[in-house]
Design a protein around this ligand. Structure first.
Ligand code: C2E
Ligand code: MG
Ligand code: MG
Length: 717
């Protein structure tokens, strides 16, 4: 009857939806009547039918012997599916099987709240009540279990019981302290995460988990939360019992009693080390190339952006290179992609080894790498680094049984000349790399002018190497004359390069290249050897020789220098007094202790030291006292202005006066006029070296000057 009344209401409602005007009015009146009828039917039917309470029966081994409609409705299994099954088939977790609640709960006090799994897989909290079933003889033969879903209102006692159970079962660690911050309760997740059992933690303070990594400010925030200043949520690094640190996501709150006093604090925490690891992994995936492990474009961009900010502030130069490796595709096609990949990794390693730590190497894609040099002193330095990278890839690379030869072209864009932002620099370097490939060149700068300068630099370097082998170098000698006697009292050996095409090349052109490339060491060795050979030859020719000075580069000045010089002197049977070493101020500015020790060793051997180009560097006469230097050479730049430039005169005078106090001999360099000479002579300068007396000349010419007893003529005043 009730169903019929409902059906009529529904039908009338549907009908009304499509109607208008009188028809609608009619239908609505009918619907009113039907609703009245429905209410009457409802009242007559009494309260709504309810499913019976879920109930099942078990034998003493836990097998189901009874299953009513309520159980079917609650769990979703029909009686035929459930009967004969073991009660465990309703259990939520496999690990609960050690505690078959239905069998072991004390039947006299048999209420428990447990989780069970429905046929649909859904979990449900149920309260179960147990009763024993006895056989005819009064012996227990089974058990009746009634279930209520726990969504029904709970008694306070049940609630406490339930909450305790939830806390216990929670995946989060729970730590409860009393008002004096002593731990009064923990759950099993606390023990699982931290390693501390209840016995080890209850009664302690939460400092038990303190890692020591947080600063006082951070700890004050956490303490404030524990003292009731609002709930606090955050990440804390905790320490497990085994000493391991772990990140935890923590919520701290307080519980107050009726009087508003804090009675307890509680912390809920989860171990997020797994997430952190995943985060780090994701970070890695986002920033590094998975094949080579090198930074990818994204990280390269970030790092260069940072570098450029710094470079802008300190007005430094930088360079971006794109390196395109050729033949990888052909190799992978022939020997397989694994070999191709291994080759790329190997190339990454070789490039990395050729670079300095501060340089950034990234893999862009396919066979393209990028290198960012954040600080280069001169723009040409980028070409030197590029050449190093090309050299690193010049030899065949061994992968398994294969010796694989790849090719490489490098495009270079310079900051700030070519571009001022990372993406432009990468793009321009890429364009230059493509162009390099087109013109069959190993490297190319984005800008033409830079390109020419760099090419010149590199050409000079390779030609200089050949010069050493092909005997194109020579030493010229420039006399130093006494400003008292006018006689030749010394000579400076100056390097010359007789270039087969360019003619005589000045050291001003090639010494800086040799310094940058390290070739200066070979050149320096050659100079020492040649100077000693010449001195010995003059001695054999019965020439009375004043000391000959050779110039030393700061790069030659290492702990092995005294030994190397001693060996050369011995080889040519030359007395150390015959040799003077000219060094520059930049050397004195380097880690002084070591330098002073080497100088002392050289002086102890009988050599003398002259400080060249004095006045052009960080010259401090007071500072000079620390070094065993016997001669000071006033740089040509101060001599030029004498005697007309007031400043130059003042500087020359100051240098001479102070050097006299330090008992150092003073040589004026680059003296070209008689006026300069007279002025210097009056100041008390000891010697001069300059075109006024002689240019640097070949050994034979110098020998002739000596034999002829050439003298400086002092202009009469
Ligand atoms: P330096 O050691 O200061 O040498 C003096 C330079 O001044 C020489 O130039 C010399 O030719 C030039 N000079 C001398 N008198 C006059 C003058 O009256 N007027 C003018 N205008 N110039 C004068 P050079 O030979 O071109 O050498 C230039 C620099 O190259 C040298 O400066 C030295 O620093 C470096 N150098 C030369 N030979 C060697 C070497 O064997 N080893 C190293 N490490 N450096 C060298
Ligand atoms: Mg010199
Ligand atoms: Mg000089």
């Amino acid at each position: 009857m009730l169903e019929a009344a409902i059906a009529r209401c529904v039908a009338l409602g549907r009908l009304a939806r499509g109607q208008q005007g009188d028809a609608l009015t009619q239908t609505l009146a009918e619907l009113d009547a039907a609703l009245l009828q429905l209410q009457a039917e409802r009242l007559a039917a009494g309260p709504a039918e309810q499913a019976p309470e879920a109930e099942l029966e078990l034998d003493l081994s836990g097998y189901l012997t009874g299953w009513n409609g309520g159980a079917a409705q609650l769990f979703g299994y029909a009686a035929p599916e459930a009967l004969g099954q073991h009660i465990l088939f309703l259990y939520a977790d496999d690990d609960e099987d050690g505690n078959i609640a239905e069998l072991f709960v004390d039947p006299a006090n048999a209420v428990a709240e447990v989780r069970r799994r429905k046929k649909s897989g859904e979990l449900v909290w149920v309260r179960l009540a147990l009763a024993l079933i006895a056989d005819a003889g009064g012996e227990p033969c089974g058990m009746r279990v009634r279930f209520n879903t726990v969504s029904e209102p709970l008694s306070d006692e049940d609630k406490v019981h339930l909450h305790a159970r939830i806390i216990e079962d929670s995946d989060q660690g729970v730590l409860i302290t009393d008002a004096s911050e002593r731990i009064v309760s923990i759950n099993s997740s606390f023990t699982r995460i931290t390693g501390y059992s209840p016995a080890e933690s209850i009664g302690q303070t939460p400092d038990l988990l303190r890692s020591g990594v947080h600063d006082a400010d951070f700890r004050a925030q956490v303490r404030a939360a524990m003292q009731g200043y609002g709930p606090w949520r955050g990440e804390i690094i905790g320490k497990r019992k085994n000493g391991e640190l772990f990140p935890q996501s923590v919520t701290i709150s307080v519980v107050r009693d009726r009087a508003g006093q804090i009675s307890h604090t509680f912390s809920l925490f989860s171990d997020i080390s797994v997430h952190k690891d995943a985060e780090a992994r994701m970070q890695r995936m986002a920033n590094y190339d998975s094949l080579s492990g090198l930074p990818n474009l994204c990280l390269l961009t970030q790092l260069v952006d940072q570098g450029l900010t710094e470079a802008r502030r300190s007005q430094q130069h930088g360079a971006m290179m794109v390196i395109e490796i050729s033949r990888i595709g052909a190799i992978a096609d022939t020997l397989g992609h694994e070999t191709g990949n291994e080759l790329l990794c190997q190339i990454g390693r070789l490039l990395r080894l050729a670079l300095r730590e501060a340089d950034i190497l990234a893999r862009l894609d396919g066979a393209k790498f990028a290198v960012a040099l954040l600080h280069i002193e001169k723009r040409e330095h980028a070409a030197i680094v590029a050449q190093k990278l090309l050299d690193a890839l010049a030899a065949p690379i061994v992968i398994g049984a294969h010796h694989l030869q790849v090719g490489a072209t490098i495009g270079i864009a310079v900051y700030p000349e070519d571009g001022v932002d990372t993406s432009s620099l990468i793009r321009y370097a890429d364009v230059a790399a493509a162009k390099a490939k087109g013109v069959d060149s190993a490297m190319l700068f984005y800008s033409e002018e830079m390109n020419q300068r760099a090419q010149e630099h590199l050409r000079l370097e390779s030609e200089l190497r050949l010069a050493l082998v092909n005997d194109e170098l020579a030493l010229y000698y420039q006399p130093k004359v006494s400003l008292r006697s006018g006689r030749i009292v010394g000579a400076e050996a100056l390097l010359r390069w007789r270039h087969p095409v360019r003619g005589l090349v000045s050291p001003g052109v090639f010494i800086p290249v040799a310094e940058e490339t390290g070739l200066i060491l070979d050149l320096g060795t050659w100079v020492l050897e040649e100077a000693c050979r010449q001195v010995r030859a003059w001695k054999d020719a019965n020439l009375i020789m004043p000391p000959v000075a050779v110039n030393l580069s700061a790069r030659q000045f290492d702990a092995g220098l005294p030994g190397r010089i001693a060996a050369v002197l011995e080889r040519h049977c030359v007395q150390p007094e015959q040799l003077m070493l000219e060094i520059t101020e930049s050397l004195l500015m380097r880690g002084t202790d070591n330098v002073v020790a080497i100088m002392n060793q050289l002086v102890a051997m009988g050599l003398s030291l002259a400080l060249d180009d004095f006045g052009t560097g960080y010259s401090s006469l007071a500072y000079l006292k620390k070094f065993p230097i016997s001669t000071l050479k006033i740089d040509r730049s101060f001599v030029i202005g004498l005697p007309h430039e007031e400043n130059d005169c003042a500087i020359a005078r100051a240098i001479v006066t102070m050097a006299q106090q330090l008992r150092q001999e003073i040589v004026a360099e680059g003296v070209e006029t008689a006026e300069q000479m007279s002025f210097l002579r009056e100041l008390g300068c000891d010697q001069l070296q300059g075109y006024l007396f002689s240019q640097p000349v070949p050994a034979a010419d110098f020998e002739r000057m000596l034999r002829e007893g050439k003298r400086l003529a002092f202009a009469s005043r």
